[in-house]
Design a protein around this ligand. Structure first.
Ligand code: TA6
Length: 291
């Protein structure tokens, strides 16, 4: 269903037969909501989110491309989160994708104006789908539609809703190296068994396993983040650090666990395509369903 969202910005609502749903704004190609059959939103949206281009929307799942954060000369996190995407009426087939799921395909093509800040022609296709178990699946495809090769870094920046940031732990990143983004990306090794939060944390973990878990002790639920094609992962919570358009207490209600490819930029030759998948499921804690 295509409809008007906040401030008249167009959004797509997709529902499955069990009453699960998600919403995507064409502005940013950004998922802003993902609800289970009880109507609970599994994604966080800032109480102060600004739905007014060119401000990026603070919450849901921003798309970061062609640059993660300030790791290069472009605006932080690139520019596609501030562009108007379109519905892709004829997406090329996605062979391994569950066929019966409810989904929508979006597309963003590089524009003349953007070529002034990033001189490479690309096509970014994003499929957002509900899997059979109600999982949320985001499949990104970036194609080099230019006549010369190019490099980029890329990511998704999901704001996962949690009951209380001080009552969760992030598992699956032990013994990995990370770059501390609060310390000029100095490299450290994480020797903890899992991550807990009691102050600001902003780490870029390098070459991580595909599966990362967010265990929410209050809710007795685990968010399973499964990624393919993104080698690295960021874990972020700003705590009381001032973040524009975030309510003062909002940091308590989300954690960002982000599939990204940063350490080794993706290289594409003309005509080549890169694919990345994020699949998120929610399971009762203690359970480790394969996803
Ligand atoms: O990915 C984490 C991060 O880069 C943090 O350093 C923090 O700044 C966050 O993203 C939000 O960035 P934004 O540009 O949306 O304010």
């Amino acid at each position: 269903e295509r409809t008007k969202g906040i401030n008249g910005l167009e959004k797509i609502i997709v529902r499955d037969r069990r009453g699960r749903s998600f919403e995507v704004y064409l502005y940013g190609g950004q998922v802003t909501s993902w609800k289970n059959e009880k109507g609970e939103d599994l994604l966080f949206m800032s109480t102060k989110a600004i739905f007014k281009p060119p401000t990026p929307i603070r919450g849901g799942i921003p798309v970061l491309f062609p640059q993660y954060a300030n790791t290069g000369p472009l605006p932080s996190h690139g520019f596609v989160r501030q562009r108007f995407w379109e519905i892709d009426a004829h997406p090329p087939p996605l062979p391994s994708h569950p066929s019966s799921s409810a989904h929508v395909d979006l597309i963003l093509k590089s524009s003349e104006a953007d070529s002034k800040i990033w001189p490479n022609k690309f096509v970014y296709r994003l499929r957002v789908a509900l899997g059979h178990g109600g999982d949320l699946i985001l499949t990104s495809r970036v194609k080099n539609s230019d006549v010369k090769p190019f490099n980029f870094t890329v990511g998704l920046h999901p704001y996962f809703s949690v009951s209380d940031i001080s009552k969760i732990q992030v598992e699956g990143l032990q013994n990995l190296d990370y770059l501390d983004q609060q310390k000029n990306r100095t490299r450290f090794t994480d020797h903890g068994k899992f991550i807990t939060f009691s102050s600001q944390l902003d780490r870029l973990y390098l070459r991580t396993p595909k599966k990362i878990r967010i265990v929410d002790h209050n809710k007795k639920k685990t968010i399973v983040v499964h990624k393919e094609g993104y080698a690295d992962a960021v874990v972020w919570n700003p705590w009381e650090k001032k973040v524009s358009d975030l309510g003062v207490e909002d940091y308590k209600r989300f954690v960002a666990v982000e599939p990204v490819a940063v350490e080794k930029p993706i290289k594409l030759k003309p005509g080549q395509e890169w694919k990345g998948v994020l699949q998120v499921s929610v399971v009762p804690s203690g359970c480790s369903r394969k996803s």
